[in-house]
Design a protein around this ligand. Structure first.
Ligand SMILES: NC(=O)c1ccc[n+]([C@@H]2O[C@H](COP(=O)([O-])OP(=O)(O)OC[C@H]3O[C@@H](n4cnc5c(N)ncnc54)[C@H](O)[C@@H]3O)[C@@H](O)[C@H]2O)c1
Length: 349
């Protein structure tokens, strides 16, 4: 039987379930240990997914010789210290998004990766959902011509996640910009094939998130603890002259709140997740629908677990290069800086 990658999951809260279900369905990896500071949470996960060993201190997991890789599903503030410690312990790392809160943190993670010569991959699962895989494959053929602009939205209407760690800056690093903006920004830049941002201008607002009178579709949350933005918008310039606009919100008064992006080139535009190519053929304007709809496509999280394990076992490069995640985090950090100063900010990478 081919060797399986032996993985320990660190953090067994909300998103860990999507990863654990993913590993259960793939043949390339097995979960050999789990860790959470909450003993009850790790016990529950171990029972549900038949995980043989549990710990409440991740350093004890890193000392396990038969663990090849860790999958980090802890809140954002812990991504950097846990990743650096894991790489130093000789483990490959798959880490939830955002890879870290600041550019400086991501640089430390990349330095640790280079020293250890292990893999570092950010869990940007939106790259691995079926429509993204299909659109990416199609655009690889130069379908759009020269890409000069993209729009990215990650907007929710009155949907503040009151659970977990999404409304406190100390642990999350910010609000919708870093939480859901990171998904669509990463995917859009992936489709643009452009990870060379040079400057960002942005605004943020917290006018709705703290207001106790407003309803929230996802239930009550502690308004006094809410110290992140509820809305952010930004404009990114790239080294080749291309640009991108980004909108992210937990609470926008929007009729059609959604996560989507459009990428525009000199030959055609691409719409995700609508899966349409807007172009021209023989001087006739065309809206071409991509018939991607595979019946049994695995969920994005499962596919991301699979490509991570395959890449490690095959000695390949990270399916989500950490340098690309550095560009994404640099944009988010610059947007927050620009919002605080009211000025355009040069991206430091
Ligand atoms: N890709 C996605 O769609 C998606 C969705 C939700 C969350 N996330 C990301 O996943 C991460 C976790 O989010 P969540 O919603 O699962 O949060 P969560 O609070 O539900 O789970 C986090 C878990 O980590 C544990 N933990 C905290 N510190 C720890 C430590 N030092 N050692 C071991 N365990 C520790 C907590 O006890 C908790 O059980 C975040 O980075 C978030 O951005 C991704």
């Amino acid at each position: 039987m081919a060797r399986k990658l032996r993985i320990a999951i660190l953090g067994t809260g909300g998103i860990a379930g999507a990863h654990l279900r993913g590993y259960r369905n793939i043949s390339e990896a097995e979960i050999v240990a789990a860790c959470d500071v909450r003993a009850d949470a790790v016990k529950k996960a171990a029972e549900e997914y038949q995980i043989p060993r549990t710990e409440t201190d991740y350093r004890r997991v890193l000392a396990m010789k038969d663990v090849d890789a860790v999958d980090i599903c802890t809140p954002n503030a812990y991504h950097m210290p846990m990743t650096v410690a894991a790489l130093r312990a000789g483990k490959h790392v798959l880490c939830e998004k955002p890879l870290a809160i600041t550019t400086a943190e991501v640089k430390k993670m990349i330095a640790a990766r280079d020293k250890s010569r292990k893999m570092l991959m950010c869990a940007q699962h939106q790259r691995f959902v079926a429509p993204s895989l299909a659109l990416k494959a199609l655009l690889g053929g130069g379908t759009l011509g020269e890409v000069y602009f993209a729009r990215a939205w990650a907007n929710r209407r009155r949907q503040v996640p009151g659970w977990g760690n999404f409304i406190q800056k100390k642990v999350a690093g910010g609000g919708p910009c870093i939480d859901i903006g990171v998904h669509i920004l990463d995917l859009t830049m992936h489709l643009m094939e452009n990870f060379k941002p040079v400057s960002v201008t942005g605004v943020t607002c917290d006018k709705l998130g703290r207001n106790p009178k407003l309803m929230n579709q996802w239930g009550e949350y502690d308004r006094k603890k809410f110290d992140v933005e509820d809305f952010a918008a930004g404009f990114v310039r790239f080294a080749n002259g291309a640009a991108l606009s980004l909108e992210c919100s937990f609470m926008l008064n929007e009729k059609d709140p959604t996560m989507r992006c459009s990428v525009f080139g000199t030959k055609a535009g691409a719409m995700w997740p609508e899966m349409e190519i807007i172009g021209e053929s023989n001087r006739v304007l065309t809206d071409t629908k991509i018939a991607y709809t595979p019946k049994n496509a695995p969920p994005g999280h499962e596919q991301e677990c699979r490509v991570f394990a395959q890449a490690v076992l095959g000695g390949d490069k990270s399916p989500v290069p950490a340098e690309q995640s550095l560009a994404v985090v640099s944009i988010l950090e610059s947007l927050y800086k620009s919002a605080a100063t009211g000025k355009e900010v040069k991206v430091a990478m």
